[in-house]
Design a protein. Sequence first.
Length: 445
Amino acid sequence: MSLVLYSTNTSTFDNYAYEFTTIPLRKEILEKFSNDINEEIIIVAVKPANFVLDIDENGNLLKAKNIIYDIIDAVDTDLIVNKILSYKPNMAIAFSSWTKPFDWISINDSLIGEKLKENGIKTVCHPLETSDICFDKNKTNDFLVKNNFLTPKSIYINSILYNIDKPHPEIGKNVYKELIHQKLDKMNYPLIIKDLYGLSSYGMEFAVSKKQVIHYLSLKKNNSDKIIEEYISGKHFGVELYGSYDCDFFQIPKLQYKIMDPFIFSINKYGITSPKQSIKIGPINDEKYKIVELKKELNRLALELKFCGVAQVDLIFSKDKWYFIEINSRLSGMTYTYETLFNSNMNNLFNINKKSDGYIINFKSIPLSQQKIERISKYESVLFVQNVLNKEAKSEREIGYTEIILGKTKSLSELSILLEEFNLAFPTVINSNFMNQAKSLLENI
């Protein structure tokens, strides 16, 4: 019995520019997973493949003893498909995360998955249509509205049409622009302007007036399509779900989904989540948040989209209602968090009958030295550490981060104490603004 985990990348990757350190090592987690499911695991990957590979500071791969590695430099779809087929696996599972600048890795995995299925390989991968809907934020919005999921009111902006009069002086009146301006009059402000295909909140703009929106849309840098959404004031959450519409997914039966309790997210000064500044606390299961109702809607979402594998959903809880914001049909930053919640045991994570216990907090700091990472990883309450360092970064935003998960505790008040103790032990890791934000979040859950 053999299982292929395939992880792809569509962007160039320089071994020597990037340095990744993850504790516990991915090879340790995958070794245990292989033993638990009693199957040989084969990894077919394009670097960096953070969820399946450990790469040291010299760019060398750290290998597990009982796992086969097939690392591919090219990103060609047919090459990856043929590599996977050569192993004649019982099952292939898409295990990619995200890539910049476009969050289209799930589509890439689906293209591979479709060809594997055509060759008779049982494949856990989201359908191509599903990945397309989740990649394009306007298609996501249309899907949510069509299927009666609560989501912010939005406007789609075709950038070329909006500015078509600039290269065409013969156009006396840009009707499309006037149409958009009229639609803006009917929106409730403030608004969030998003790149249609961008990763996370990168490139997101916050606008408090129609004048501000028009100014932004007229800038030269605005050369890609946008979606403009009404800002929803409320508490921000994220959640993952696991399962498949057409086959068993480990210990999750076909057409059933394991829907996790959500994590609450911190927000920045503009009231939106920021991937490198976000604090995650959970799991949240207080019924004041109508968790049962949320899970019913998430299960309906999974069935409508025919999810197959791992998916993540961004949510806002506002005035006793759940708003669906974005859907990621791939592994996410939350996958590490949920895996940690299950004691870094993937077999328990993908078991519909296994429940988590205790509370954890996930936060980020600037990249730390290898020596400090080692010290932090040995601290009693630290469950997970990942350091991502771009040694050729041209700006502070690009340099990377250190992600730390603390826990587990029986209560949120105990988690707050744990955070204070960590801050005393490592006073330079969490800056004061972050610490105050974490305390406020814990006090107001």
